[in-house]
Write a protein that binds this ligand. Structure first.
Ligand code: IFM
Length: 473
């Protein structure tokens, strides 16, 4: 089966389109194509780069436990050392500054902050983020803090993890402690990163921590993660009156595998769970009714007031975009009889097997704007994985990553010209890092990390981004 040429209209009754479809511009993107106050950053996450797993009172996370379980991580590794960013952060922030970034997205490791029920926040853990944030500000990098990027403390998992409502309260406590401490300097807060992955990959597909395989649990987890976002928003605002608060979702443009009624119906079922299950409740529409009935007894327990809490007004939407999905009717496959097809042989892919589709970025962002009008949008992650070769002279000629970056920035420029209010871009990732179940086998960084020596080297993609940001491209 091949991809259908045009995307389906998924929500025909939605608001008017955001501007006329601007033709794609073949010219290379330039920084001057974007507003002067556009944010240019890189994104990272705590477990993927920090290391220092046992320092300064950090306790075990679900990823430490998962990685220690034989067979869970492809190369048998863990984030125990990772990029040793906990000790090397000044150098890493120097690199970020040298690239010409004006923003930096990082996440807080919850196991550094709370080591048990009713515990006081760990001053040493908070102290690390104090120094990190000060380091960003000294270098002209606007800090963007994510409160949860998947490293739940293991002690919370042992009490039921995200399947338990008490974890929502624990997250709100985390949000409270962290924003009290950092809120005088950090004004941009992302509550949750990619709730789909936390819920579905961690609790249904099972190849991420905590490694469960139960659809009903996954939907309850998903509800609690969204609820934790909604309940944290007012707490963050109370502690940081000038805060800008949002959530980062991993979203894909979706296409039917063919124009057959079966594939088109499968697309709608898939979209109900993969896209509208998140966007609809966050923007005040509740969970999509058709999907609720399709999941039947697996639907989550929702208490009175939950949907209002989830729909707390936010200041921006974070979108993590990597690739489009092509969906086929597949009876018996997954909970909804729909299957995401691997890209065809004629399609360009990254080393992850993900389709390279810059036009998909435009399609996705236009859909979000047309159907939800979420206010300012930030690309909070976008990037690519390739098998980089380190040359004897220390060069890394990652032309494919460079082209990926350049083409996606071209698509972003076209999207902004079409009237979609995108205000910033964070490349994933600053550094090569621990790519979850893939361990260190996958490199997404603009900066190469030699894990034996911890030496950092700029790849050609980083040099291109630097030239672009300095107006030399
Ligand atoms: O490395 C991850 C990141 O943690 C979340 N978004 C996708 C990236 C690439 O897989």
């Amino acid at each position: 089966m091949t991809q259908s040429a045009s995307p389906l209209s998924l929500n025909p009754g939605s608001a008017a389109p955001a501007g006329a479809a601007a033709p794609a511009d073949d010219a290379a993107p330039r920084r001057s194509d974007f507003a002067d106050d556009f944010l240019w950053g890189c994104a990272t996450s705590s477990y993927q780069i920090e290391g220092a797993a046992h320092e300064d009172g950090r306790v075990e996370s679900i990823w430490d436990r998962f990685a220690a379980t034989p067979g869970k991580i492809r190369d048998g590794s863990s984030g125990a050392v990772a990029c040793d960013h906990y000790h090397r952060w000044p150098q890493d922030l120097d690199i970020a500054r040298s690239l010409g970034l004006n923003a930096y997205r990082f996440s807080i490791a919850w196991p550094r902050i709370f080591d048990g029920v009713d515990a006081a926040p760990n001053d040493k853990g908070l102290g690390f983020y104090d120094r990190l944030v000060d380091g960003m500000l000294e270098r002209g990098l606007q800090p963007w803090a994510t409160l949860y990027h998947w490293d739940l403390p293991q002690w919370l998992q042992e009490r039921g993890g995200w399947n338990e409502r008490a974890t929502v309260d624990a997250f709100v406590e985390l949000a409270d402690a962290v924003t009290r401490r950092l809120g005088d300097r950090v004004k941009h807060w992302i509550t949750q990163n990619e709730p789909w992955c936390t819920a579905m990959i961690g609790h249904h597909e099972g190849w991420h921590a905590p490694g469960l395989s139960d659809f009903k649990t996954a939907l309850q987890v998903c509800h609690h993660v969204l609820l934790s976002h909604g309940k944290a928003v007012p707490v963050i605002r109370a502690n940081v009156p000038d805060a800008k608060v949002g959530i980062a979702l991993s979203l894909h443009p979706v296409r039917a595998a063919s124009d057959s009624p079966e594939d088109r119906a499968a697309l709608l079922r898939h979209d109900g769970l993969r896209f509208r299950w998140f966007m609809d409740p966050l923007y005040g529409r509740g969970y999509p009714a058709q999907t609720v009935s399709a999941v039947g007894p697996a639907a989550p327990v929702i208490l009175e007031g939950d949907l209002d809490a989830i729909a707390a007004p936010t200041d921006f939407l974070g979108v993590n975009y990597y690739f489009p999905e092509t969906v086929a009717h597949a009876p018996g496959h997954g909970p909804l009889g729909a299957r995401v097809l691997p890209p065809g042989a004629d399609v360009q892919t990254t080393a992850m097997g993900w389709e390279v589709a810059p036009e998909g970025l435009t399609e996705l962002l236009r859909r979000i704007e047309d159907e939800y009008r979420p206010g300012p949008i930030y690309l909070t992650e976008n990037g690519s994985c390739y098998d980089d070769a380190l040359e004897p002279d220390g060069a890394i000629h990652d032309g494919e990553r460079r082209a990926y970056l350049q083409r996606h920035l071209g698509a972003l420029r076209d999207t902004v010209r079409a009237g979609v209010p995108v205000k910033g871009y964070f490349a994933w990732s600053l550094l090569d890092n621990f790519e979850w179940a893939e361990g260190y086998l996958r490199r997404f960084g603009l900066v190469h990390v030699d894990y034996a020596t911890q030496q950092r080297r700029l790849k050609d993609s980083a040099r291109w981004y630097r030239a672009f940001l300095h107006g030399e491209e």
